[in-house]
Ligand binder design. Structure first.
Ligand code: PLP
Length: 417
């Protein structure tokens, strides 16, 4: 089957069995079986490099940042800001001031909806999303639209789970104030043609927020090449810790936006009469940030750089290709999401078996998959199903594990025969 993401040229041999040794949890037995962790779209496992960086920070450097003159505070500040520079390089952002640390993709999107959204969307205006968005990229816009008496417009998708570009172009109208679109769908695995979508939106002067939560772990992302206005992702899905994420925003837009949360750090001066805001990026980072999280994320991005993102993408490409063939070949399986361009995710239903039961039986075999609506209920509605079982892949997964998954699904069939 050649329905997957275009495979990049691997620059060197990718030894997945060697790489697996970097992830301590992968050698942990589950239910007496070898763990087969295929719930990476929910969160990825962490390499020793990340776990070690966080421990070293707390053991050697812990102090609050930006405000201290003492040694530890200066060291912690340097480490935190070095993490920001690492994110800038990773996304190829033009300026380090464009990297805002947040809790995750959810907070990044809420930040834009609350600030850019509140100041630019008014009565009768429109926010344009797609039918495959995660709830995190629906609800903030829906609430904004309710508050402002604006309209949430939804670009339809076809039966393969691809955005209908013709409809998207038509929906971009004079009242559209922002487009918010996922780069890769967490429920379907679809890789959206965001470069083209951004071009179309910019042609009518509409800025675009890209939800990159499921893209950053699998693809090289270059925000300047994409020319997106905002890009959001979560650290924990890209081998970093939970509690840290990133909002990239073009400096000119960020400068023009009011702050999100307020309090310490985001100010330059406060009197009872007036508060002056801090410069970028600190204007959007109220309170003590997740310092250890940023340091852990830095370690995760270095780890990925060490492997080479193209090598990761090429490995995962082959793996998803192999998994698609293996799972589709099982009688009674229906794949949900068969887009021409996919990454990381294989969603399916099995005739006569509720996805929850698939997940429970697979768990007995040590196989971790996710079942449910994957925080994308409108996608489930689009395909007329309540839920799917979703196997999602990471750089450490192997074809042997895919074989174990296929055997597990066959076992589910036997149990329900
Ligand atoms: C496409 C997509 N967007 C946003 C999110 C939200 O990420 P987080 O919960 O880390 O904020 C997820 C999480 O699954 C996702 O898959």
């Amino acid at each position: 089957m050649t329905t997957l993401l275009q495979k990049p040229q691997a620059t060197r041999e990718f030894d997945v069995y060697r790489v697996r040794h970097d992830f301590p949890i992968l050698s942990r037995p589950i239910n007496g079986k070898k763990l087969v962790y295929l719930d990476n779209a929910a969160t990825s496992q962490k390499p020793e490099a990340v776990i070690g960086a966080i421990s070293r920070y707390y053991e050697q450097q812990n102090a609050n940042i930006h405000r201290g003159v003492h040694y530890l505070s200066a060291q912690a500040t340097d480490a935190h800001e070095a993490a920001r520079q690492a994110v800038q390089r990773f996304l190829n952002a033009a300026d380090v001031r464009e990297i805002i640390f947040v809790r995750g993709a959810t907070e990044a999107i809420n930040l834009v909806a609350h600030t850019y959204g509140r100041t630019h969307v008014g009565e009768g205006d429109e926010v344009l999303i797609t039918a495959m968005e995660h709830h995190s990229n629906i609800v903030p816009w829906q609430i904004l639209c309710e508050e402002k008496r604006a309209h949430l417009k939804v670009t339809p998708i076809n039966d393969r789970g691809e955005v209908r570009l013709d409809a998207f172009a038509k929906l971009l109208g004079p009242r559209t104030k922002i487009v918010a679109v996922t780069h890769v769908s967490n429920a379907l695995g679809t890789v959206n043609p965001i470069r083209r979508m951004i071009e179309l939106a910019h042609a009518v002067n509409v800025p675009v927020l890209v939800d990159g939560a499921q893209a950053v772990p699998h693809l090289s992302v270059d925000v300047r090449a994409l020319d997106c206005d905002f890009y959001a992702f979560s650290g924990h899905k890209v081998y970093g810790p939970t509690g840290i994420g990133v909002l990239y925003g073009k400096a000119a837009l960020l400068e023009s936006m009011p702050p999100y949360q307020t309090g310490g750090e985001m100010i330059s001066s406060v009197t009872f009469e007036k508060t002056m805001y801090n410069k970028l990026p600190f204007k959007f980072e109220a309170g003590t940030p997740d310092i250890a999280g940023a340091i852990g994320l830095h370690a995760a991005l270095e780890y990925l750089n060490g492997l080479g993102m193209n090598n990761v993408t090429a490995h995962e490409h082959d793996l998803l290709d192999y998994a698609t063939e293996a799972v589709a070949a099982i009688r009674g399986v229906r794949l949900i999401g068969t887009a021409n361009q996919r990454a990381g995710v294989l969603s399916f239903v099995l005739e006569g078996v509720h996805p929850h039961d698939i997940g429970t039986i697979l768990d007995q075999e040590g196989i971790a998959v996710r079942t449910g609506h994957h925080c994308a209920q409108p996608v489930m509605d689009r395909f007329g199903i309540p839920a799917t079982a979703r196997a999602s892949f990471a750089l450490y997964n192997t074809k042997d594990e895919v074989d174990t998954l296929a055997r597990g699904i066959r076992k589910v069939k036997e149990v329900f025969a």
